[in-house]
Design a protein around this ligand. Sequence first.
Ligand SMILES: [Zn+2]
Length: 373
Amino acid sequence: MSGLISPHGGELVDRTGPPPDDLADLASLTLTARELSDLDMLASGALSPLEGFMARADYESVLDDMRLASGLPWALPVCLAVDSPPQSDRVALADESGRPVAVLEVEDVFDYDKQHEAQAAFRTTDEAHPGVARLYGQKQLYLSGRVTVFERQQPQFPQLALDPAKTRARFAERGWKRVVGFQTRNPIHRAHEYLTKTALETVDGLLIHPLVGETKSDDVPAATRVACYGVLVDNYYPAGRVLVAAFPAAMRYAGPREAIWHAICRKNYGCSHFIVGRDHAGVGDYYGTYDAQLIFDDFEPHELDIEPMFFEHSFFCRVCGSMASAKTCPHPPDDHVHLSGTKVRELLGRGELPPVEFSRPEVAEVLIEAYRS
Ligand SMILES: [Zn+2]
């Protein structure tokens, strides 16, 4: 017994396996980058209990009730879009270069309503929303069925590639039982360092789990962020209490629903707790500041099993002399070190370090270097 939280649905799914003998005879479908990242997460069990792309009953139930047809909580569709129904009961799935990487056992092909999915998953039908734009641009039918993956995706950062089974093994080796997961797609400055350390004070270990899959083109590039996490952790976290690994998901920008989805995935990686800050997985002003926290109230306390840890915006307060938030500091905003994102980009672009109360100098140096090149 590792003492770690059970995977969602009870068992960690493993959909890896050898290629079939008749692979060369199968019709082949080429997947998008996002579908490939979903496929790889199906293979590793990151999306347990899913064993393949969703069938209609699960898809509709997820959109309408945030549950799989079995009743198990689930927040976002994991679907494969196709132009036409396949002509056989199995198809090969290929990466963008046309190389076959998996086989799908065809279960169903169904029509879907893009606007209905957009409203349910993203809470908007506005095509300016990047998730909605991607949905509106995709093919007209969904193909469902169990997958067997025989060629895993080459990880962008091999040193950070850890499947759920491996992450769980690392936790167990270190004797961690209660582990908090932190999702991020940005460099970690003092504010988020504070959240992770405040959470870590109450558990055994911290998983810094940056999303390195597909993001918007104006997000900080993953390689720069990974370098930032490295210098931050090496200099400011005890090695025995923190693990940095890549979360291979593509960003959906679905805000509240993505917060639930992110939490469920991290449960599969062995996290018992999950940090949800303000506007988690949001984009633009499509979601209210606390929507991604409030949505957890849609579930009974123990249904998700993984425990969300909610945080306010935090800052350095000169009077308190420490990091704080509106929950813990009574002083007015003038006493707080606040820099807008624009201001920070200006400073870094000029090669200037932001105040140490805002960003660790080692992290800022990495960002300045990235701006130079
Ligand atoms: Zn204060």
